[in-house]
Design a protein around this ligand. Structure first.
Ligand code: FES
Length: 406
């Protein structure tokens, strides 16, 4: 008899438990020999070098672009066990673990250097001060040459994939969102990426447009790279004036071929650019966002029905403890935990990596659709990503502890 096909929604908890029972049985009847040291296998050692769980780094050099924006050149810290930097693809980010006044927090930063730069033993991140941001202020004000850093391996999928992306990428960048595009452009000039990049770089004034001269030099040397400065508060010959509109994108996009759009910048830029891009009618797979979602404003979404002025109680069960903290309606559950000094795991902070995956035990929450990266099973069984989940009532969650590798 043919087995009836069921879709995912029709799978029940019993089905999942059935899978678990089978696995437990296999484990119970398996050999009892102790697990060997996995790093004794050469492929595992190599994989560990290329994709370490953690990288111990040191600040090697600091380049100040302005009082509120600096590039930090990081190098491996052999004394703490990191002999070489992990390989990455242009566009990826690392997560930096910070201890700010005794509170452990983590923040993702796009890598601004190219993969080839790692061969010289350096990695570059560029940090812009965020108003009220505890991480950016801490890094800009306290990091010095020699500061010891704990970082993740490179992560993220804001990368160029020739099977998915068009041959021409229109980059839309704002503020420190320029950083992954610097990595892309360098990788193109160094022969490690092969696509055309037209960067529409939005700034208030030309002086705010860091890396502009460097981009211009790369564009001069390689016809596949083009930089267009778009200045909102200044009119300068050779620059566009205003905002990055659909009309402007069309002006620089290829007329007779597909193009991808890659966006990286502050939330306000996405709010504006996404509406403009929607009018272009280009296929969804050709629009890619790099989102570090710490600054979502849930109330800006049409489907948000909560009281944005409210403050709720967030009860957190983690590592055998239970703590209750305040969580304002416009603050993600992850941010509220960090502000209260609770060490909760996170990586992408935009609902994509699943690293903060936690169980919602009680209460109502709001998850913006644009950053809801949960699987269907997670939604059905009440799992959330606290990095992009906002309270609509008092809430209780069960959070996995921060892994020891961090
Ligand atoms: S930190 Fe990546 S999904 Fe929450």
């Amino acid at each position: 008899m043919m087995k009836e096909k069921r879709n995912v929604e029709q799978f029940s908890r019993t089905d999942f438990l059935g899978i678990m029972t089978g696995r437990l049985k296999a484990m119970a009847t398996g050999p009892n020999a102790p697990v060997p040291d996995l790093l004794s296998y050469v492929p595992n050692r190599l994989a560990n070098e290329l994709h370490p769980g953690v990288q111990y780094l040191k600040v090697k050099e600091i380049i100040a672009h302005s009082p509120d924006m600096k590039s930090f050149i990081l190098a491996p810290d052999a004394a703490r066990g990191t002999r070489s930097l992990a390989w990455f693809s242009a566009g990826q980010y690392i997560v930096i673990l910070l201890n700010v006044d005794g509170k452990i927090i983590s923040r993702p930063y796009s890598i601004a250097s190219s993969p080839r730069d790692t061969l010289d033993g350096t990695l570059r991140i560029t940090v812009k001060r965020v108003e009220g941001g505890i991480a950016s202020g801490h890094m800009l004000d306290t990091w010095a040459v020699g500061t010891e850093i704990v970082a993740s391996a490179p992560l993220g999928d804001f990368t160029y994939e020739p099977l998915r992306d068009a041959r021409t990428v229109i980059g839309i960048a704002g503020g420190s969102g320029i950083t992954p595009f610097r990595a892309f452009a360098k990788a193109i000039t160094e022969g490690d990426e092969d696509f055309s990049l037209v960067l529409l770089y939005g700034s208030r004034t030309k002086a705010d447009a860091v890396f502009s001269d460097e981009f211009a030099a790369m564009a001069e040397a390689d016809p596949r790279i083009k930089l267009v400065n778009v200045l909102s508060e200044e009119k300068i010959k050779g620059c566009e004036h205003g905002f990055i509109t659909a009309k402007l994108i069309k002006k620089y996009a290829p007329k007779d071929a597909d193009y991808s759009i890659f966006l990286c910048g502050p939330q306000a830029m996405y709010d504006f650019a996404d509406k403009e891009i929607a009018t272009l009618g280009i296929r969804r797979k050709f629009v890619r966002h790099e989102l570090f979602g710490e600054y979502f404003h849930p109330e800006r979404n049409a489907d948000y029905t909560g009281d944005i002025q409210a403050t709720y109680k967030l009860t957190v069960r983690i590592a055998g403890t239970e703590q209750t903290v305040d969580c304002p309606a416009d603050t993600s559950l992850l941010r509220a935990m960090e502000q209260a000094g609770i060490e909760a795991p996170s990586d992408c902070r935009s609902g994509r990596c699943g690293w903060c995956h936690s169980q919602l035990l009680s209460g109502e929450v709001y998850v913006p659709e644009s950053v809801d990266g949960r699987r269907l099973a997670d939604k059905i069984y009440g799992y959330i990503h606290p990095c992009c989940t906002f309270p609509l009532s008092d809430v209780t969650i069960d959070v996995p502890p921060m892994p020891h590798s961090r």
